[in-house]
Design a protein around this ligand. Structure first.
Ligand code: SME
Length: 151
C-alpha cells in the first residue's frame, strides 16, 4: 500500500470518528492513529494553556513524565513557539530534545491552529531513525486542522 493512499483513507475515517465521538474526539483520533500506523509508536496531543503545553489524549506503551511543557522548551515547545512542524530525524542529535522513552529515535511535532494561533499540537515518537517524512507532515497537518475544529 502506498502511504499516501493510506493517509487519504485515514482522513475519511478520522472525519467519521470526530463526527461520532463528540467531546472524546481527540482521544478517538489518537487511538486510531496509533493503531493504524505502526511507525506512530507513541502519540499525544498537547493543548496550550497560558505559557505551557498540557498533555491531553495520548496512546503508547507507557505514560510520559512530560505532562506540562513550557512553550519554548523541548521539541514540543519549539513547535508551539514557531508554529512550524518539527521533524527530528535523530533525537540524539537535537539538543532541544526532552527524553521520554528509551526506545524513541525520532519525533514529529505538528501545531494545531485556531484562528491563526497555536492552540495545541500533535506529538509523535518513532522507534527508528528517520521514521517521519514529508508525507507524514502533510497528513498530520490535515489531521491537525480537523482536531482544531473538534477541540
Ligand atoms: N520529546 C518531547 C517531549 C514530549 S515526549 O516525547 C512525549 C520534546 O522534546 O519536547
Amino acid at each position: 500500500m502506498k502511504a499516501a493512499a493510506g493517509f487519504e483513507q485515514a482522513l475519511d475515517e478520522i472525519d467519521a470518528l470526530i463526527a461520532r465521538n463528540g467531546v472524546a474526539a481527540a482521544q478517538a483520533v489518537v487511538e486510531y492513529l496509533h493503531d493504524r500506523f505502526p511507525h506512530y509508536a507513541w502519540i499525544g496531543i498537547y493543548w496550550v494553556e497560558g505559557r505551557d503545553l498540557i498533555l491531553g489524549a495520548w496512546k503508547g506503551p507507557e505514560a510520559t513524565e512530560h505532562t506540562r511543557i513550557p512553550i519554548g522548551t523541548g521539541v514540543c515547545g519549539a513547535a508551539a513557539a514557531s508554529g512550524k512542524t518539527e521533524i527530528v530525524a535523530d533525537v540524539s542529535q537535537d539538543p532541544r530534545y526532552l527524553a521520554c522513552f528509551p526506545d524513541t529515535r525520532s519525533e514529529i511535532v505538528v501545531p494545531i491552529f485556531h484562528e491563526g494561533r497555536v492552540v495545541g499540537e500533535i506529538d509523535i515518537d518513532g522507534n527508528r531513525i528517520g521514521a517521519f517524512g514529508p508525507d507524514d507532515q502533510r497528513f498530520l497537518e490535515r489531521v491537525a486542522a480537523r482536531l482544531a475544529r473538534a477541540r
